[in-house]
Design a protein around this ligand. Structure first.
Ligand code: ADP
Length: 447
């Protein structure tokens, strides 16, 4: 659902709309949410001090901790009876983060997802194979409602049961798939294992998100499934997927943020000061239209940069770069800060390895040890003429020992830490079975 009147709104008109919506939203939460009233009062801020979108930086940040403290419904701005649906984040540690939607919010959610799907290549009448998880996670139901809104035929398969997914894709012949990038890789491998060539798969478009991914993963999904994949970004606190999406004709790692609903800023992770366009920092988002639980200046923890240069599609909304990781995904190894995506981006420059890996952190005495378990690429592996890789044949074969050294040196040169590289046979690193894939195993925390 391309909405040209909104997506190509001249910037001054877009900013006027944002200013009006922000003024309303601040007055609304001040009136209805004790947490925000307290926060503004403590800073001596009257809602009337926010006159335009330029004043947004006067407002304090809202953080995940604030949601936890308000668990479960403490930040709702409407009586519970007016909440039409509840979602929650997975909450790997402790209680999940709970969010609520009014009927009107669900409309907005469906609209921004429909817009995202349209940007990704979706059209009314096409079929969407929706392999995002259904349930409290916003992915499944979010994509579902957006696709229906766009007029697509939805197959609500959810995650998991890969063999069944492969069969249904072959039988139903959907044009589009939505899932995590790691699960798209799993599906591509499952088709290959069945001897189905990418050209024989009906899929043309893939809309992938919910976890960080790189161009190397994009290439493997595009080639493996015969699709053009685009990035969809979002988080439950703000609405769910559909905060931003890449345009299928651009695919340069920049996703349009639907700025009439979500106001983006990028700030310095240490000081919280706004950063200029092009500078990497933490993405902060403000709900301009949501009513059940609007958040002001929500600190996403996601690292990206913004550009307001109009894109080739003619849209005027800001674009954000592919997420480099969340601040809480950051690994500190011997005092050096590392993001898994940083390693992944380096690997994509080495054609002999595949974008399938696991990082294992452990502690030897007082020292951190980082091991990178990394698959070699299929064509390279075939050329070796061995049934599987082992410590012995890596030592014995100079093609392998040199590759191992090259990977280690590249990481040392660019990231500054020494890693132990273990080369694996294709298909032996962990795979996604439906949802987000955890690529890091941190054994330091267990002792
Ligand atoms: P959870 O906290 O359980 O993971 P969410 O589904 O709300 O629940 O997760 C949102 C987070 O997922 C984002 O803050 C971001 O870190 C990550 N994420 C979502 N979409 C993308 C994407 N396209 N690229 C990178 N990371 C993403």
């Amino acid at each position: 659902m391309f909405q040209p009147e909104l997506e190509t709104l001249p910037r001054h008109q877009l900013e006027a709309l944002q200013s009006e919506r922000l003024r309303e939203q601040v007055a609304y939460v001040y009136e209805r949410v004790p947490f925000y009233r307290r926060m503004l009062d403590e800073r001596g801020l009257e809602p009337s001090a926010i006159k335009s979108i330029q004043d947004i930086h006067k407002l304090p940040f809202t953080r995940k901790q604030d949601l936890r403290e308000a668990y479960p419904f403490g930040l709702f701005a409407v009586p519970r009876e007016q909440i039409a649906r509840i979602h929650a984040s997975s909450g790997t540690t402790g209680k999940p983060t709970v969010v609520g939607y009014t009927k009107g919010d669900l409309e907005i959610f469906a609209e921004v997802v429909a817009r995202s799907l349209a940007a990704a290549g979706g059209r009314p009448g096409m079929m969407l194979h929706n392999a995002y998880g259904y349930g409290l996670f916003t992915g499944g139901l979010g994509l579902h409602a957006g696709a229906e809104k766009l007029g697509m035929t939805v197959v609500p398969i959810s995650g998991g049961m890969t063999e069944r997914q492969v069969m249904l894709i072959q039988d139903f012949k959907p044009e589009m798939i939505a899932c995590t990038p790691s699960y798209a890789q799993t599906l591509a491998e499952a088709f290959r294992a069945r001897g189905v060539a990418p050209e024989e798969i009906s899929l043309k478009y893939a809309v992938l998100g919910a976890e960080p991914w790189t161009e190397a993963v994009r290439r493997s999904v595009d080639e493996g499934l015969g699709v053009a994949s685009t990035n969809i970004y979002g988080l439950s606190e703000i609405i769910g997927p559909g905060v931003a999406n890449e345009d299928v004709n651009e695919r340069e790692g920049l996703s349009y943020i639907w700025e009439d609903h979500f106001y983006p800023e990028v700030v310095d992770p240490e000081t919280g000061e706004p950063l200029p366009e092009g500078k990497l920092g933490v993405l902060v988002l403000t709900n301009l239209t949501k009513k059940a639980m609007p958040l002001l200046r929500y600190w996403t923890g996601d690292l990206t940069f913004l550009t307001r240069e109009p894109g080739p599609s003619g849209r005027t909304h800001a674009r954000m770069a592919q997420i480099r990781g969340r601040t809480d995904d950051m690994l500190i190894v011997r005092g050096v800060n590392v993001y898994p995506t940083q390693i992944e981006a380096l690997l994509q420059e080495i054609p002999e390895v595949a974008p399938h890996y696991q990082i294992v952190l452990s502690r030897q005495g007082t020292l951190d040890e980082m091991e990178l378990k990394l698959e070699v690429a299929e064509p390279f592996f075939r050329g070796l003429g061995v049934p599987a890789l082992s410590e012995e044949n890596v030592e014995a074969d100079p093609r392998l020992s040199h590759l191992r050294e090259r990977v280690g040196r590249k990481i040392k040169d660019h990231v500054g830490i020494s890693v132990r590289v273990t080369l694996l046979s294709p298909g032996t690193a962990p795979r996604s079975e439906g949802g987000k894939l955890r690529r890091v195993l941190d054994l330091r925390k267990q002792g």
